[in-house]
Design a binder for this molecule. Structure first.
Ligand SMILES: NC(=O)c1ccc[n+]([C@@H]2O[C@H](COP(=O)([O-])OP(=O)(O)OC[C@H]3O[C@@H](n4cnc5c(N)ncnc54)[C@H](OP(=O)(O)O)[C@@H]3O)[C@@H](O)[C@H]2O)c1
Length: 249
């Protein structure tokens, strides 16, 4: 288990990543929390401090699609914290596929948020960690990135791009001792899925947030959260395309 004392979390006000932040704070780590909305970040910060965390917590509002600002953002976290041990990238949106079918002009924005912004942020952080020869870069992809489905294939293809990118980055950084973790949650009960009908496959954000914390500490490569999704997706990936294309998924 690695000791991680300085953690930057992008999308830190998300239901899932805020739970991971709490786990790190309980261990005494310092946090640099970034998300779109400063009020929500301050709520997360106060929650952590109220529940006993003694962490030093910096918060910063930032839009992930501000690509020009990515390098400065990573550098300011490194500077403010006196270095970084881990970066978790967790922001995202789940657009309606039907609306995107009607308005393809919004596809670029959604792909930028869910795919390219993650790839860009991780790339800037990679250069820092590669030189440092230690650390962890973790990003939340999704089981939706394992196979395209008619109900969410723009979101899924953006998440799939993260998974492929992280695989390549892992290959590059393994010789530098840097852990690159791809996180693939299944269904999680969060604001993102609030309008979706719930079933027994849904996990709580607390559970998934804790599993992410454990996966980051243990140096895993790929974490399905919860773990049973590894088997579910193994089966789904192996359904022949000729059959898969006829399913209503
Ligand atoms: N919930 C699930 O079933 C599920 C399954 C698989 C993967 N995931 C992934 O898990 C991660 C966390 O999601 P969640 O379910 O915890 O959802 P969530 O609570 O809705 O969190 C998403 C966060 O991303 C932020 N965000 C959206 N657009 C942004 C932008 N342009 N720049 C910066 N931040 C932005 C949101 O801010 P605002 O709220 O202010 O817009 C929000 O804080 C996401 O990457 C999601 O795709 C979720």
């Amino acid at each position: 288990m690695s000791v991680m004392k300085k953690i930057m979390i992008f999308g830190a006000a998300s239901a899932i990543a805020s739970e991971t932040a709490k786990c790190f704070a309980k261990e005494g780590a310092d946090l640099f929390l970034v998300d779109l909305n400063l009020d929500r970040l301050n709520t997360v910060k106060n929650d952590i401090l109220v529940t006993g965390g003694k962490a030093n917590i910096e918060v910063m509002a930032f839009d992930a699609t501000n690509f020009e600002g990515h390098n400065d953002l990573i550098n300011s976290a490194i500077e403010k914290m006196g270095g970084l041990d881990a970066l978790l990238i967790a922001h995202g949106t789940l657009p309606s596929q039907e609306k995107l079918n009607q308005n393809p002009k919004d596809i670029v924005r959604e792909f930028n948020i869910n795919g390219l912004s993650v790839i860009s942020l991780a790339s800037f952080a990679a250069n820092y960690f590669e030189e440092k020869k230690s650390g962890c870069i973790a990003a939340i992809s999704s089981v939706a990135g394992d196979r395209g489905r008619q109900s969410n294939y723009i979101y899924g293809s953006a998440k799939g791009s993260i998974s492929i990118f992280m695989s390549g980055l892992r290959n590059r950084l393994s010789k530098s001792g840097v852990n690159v973790l791809t996180i693939k949650p299944g269904f999680v009960n969060t604001p993102m899925t609030v309008d979706m009908p719930k079933n027994l496959l849904y996990a709580s954000p607390q559970k998934v947030g804790e599993l992410i914390f454990k996966a980051m500490k243990s140096g895993k490569d790929i974490a399905y959260t919860p773990g049973f999704w590894r088997l579910v997706m193994f089966i789904i990936r192996h359904i022949p395309e000729g059959i898969f294309k006829k399913l209503s998924l």
